[in-house]
Design a protein around this ligand. Sequence first.
Ligand SMILES: NC(=O)c1ccc[n+]([C@@H]2O[C@H](COP(=O)([O-])OP(=O)(O)OC[C@H]3O[C@@H](n4cnc5c(N)ncnc54)[C@H](OP(=O)(O)O)[C@@H]3O)[C@@H](O)[C@H]2O)c1
Length: 328
Amino acid sequence: MAGETMRAVLYNGYGAGAAGLKHVEIPVPSPKKDEILLKVEAASLNPVDWKIQDGSLRPLFPPKFPFVPVIDVAGEVADVGTGVKSFKPGDKVVSLLNFRKGGGLAEYAIAEERLTVTRPPEVSPAEGAGLPIAALTALQALKTVGIKFDGTSNSANILITAASGGVGHYAVQLAKLGNSHVTATCGARNVELVKSLGADEVLDYKTPEGASLKSPSGKKYDSVIHCTTGIGWSVFEQNLNAEGKVIDITPTLWGTISYVFSKLTFAKKQLVPLILSPKKEDMEFLVDLVKEGKLKTLVDSKHPLNKAEDAWAKIMGGHATGKVIVEM
Ligand SMILES: NC(=O)c1ccc[n+]([C@@H]2O[C@H](COP(=O)([O-])OP(=O)(O)OC[C@H]3O[C@@H](n4cnc5c(N)ncnc54)[C@H](OP(=O)(O)O)[C@@H]3O)[C@@H](O)[C@H]2O)c1
């Protein structure tokens, strides 16, 4: 595809939010030896995309400007480098793109074989694109607290905060597949929806009961998958079992220091920071679950590439229900 151009959305500096996005026509990239060129069908946005743009992760991300953001995509293989063995043009796939290179908000993107998996016909582009960051994080968090998905898990009491969000809605479904009793928090408008995903008890986070995180049935939690911010340790602490753990996917420096301190003092109750470490076998597991109808991607909204700024504003607002999708 040398010499051809494509539509893409990029930004040229930190800040400016949706207004900082520019629609451009740029060359279609060429895959290197171990790379795959994808014709992108759908991309999903994550909070980390706008956090990179606002400079929260500088100086590492982005490595340079201009930057084409977004790393969760589903598409069709258009071309492969000479070293790629498992994919060929025409294959349908889901990919987690390279974090530093981004590239998902475009008609074509470069993916790596090690984080690309086959997408069966039962999994639509939007359903597949929703998975990488959000569902992998939910899965990793649940595995961290010992949940298994082969039917051998004992029933654990788990609290999932922000259960209507990108990570939270997958976490509820996966926790149920892992045989857990799930208490979830979300806004009033999403209580029935989160119950329909499998949550046993749901708390509206804007009520005093929701803010206290107390399980309506009086259960103490073995684990918390914490997918939002602004809840103090003392609130978690009083709701945890003796060895309860809070897996914090939005860790602060203070939270990380407190984790190190809790390890040094052999504290049984712990706030455990988690940063996603993606694995191909986990992506395959998640795609299979969607194929089998055991896991679904809740789609907040779909936006065409030429309205990518609407999708960007939606994810920045922090009130998406499920995943925000851009379709090419
Ligand atoms: N550590 C990692 O590797 C990693 C990986 C993925 C994500 N993250 C981080 O995890 C966080 C969640 O990601 P996400 O993709 O799930 O975000 P998201 O989809 O933007 O989450 C939005 C949802 O959170 C709900 N919410 C907001 N505040 C809440 C509260 N106090 N209590 C209960 N629900 C609340 C909103 O409900 P309402 O609309 O009703 O307010 C909305 O449904 C982000 O900060 C993200 O950067 C970290």
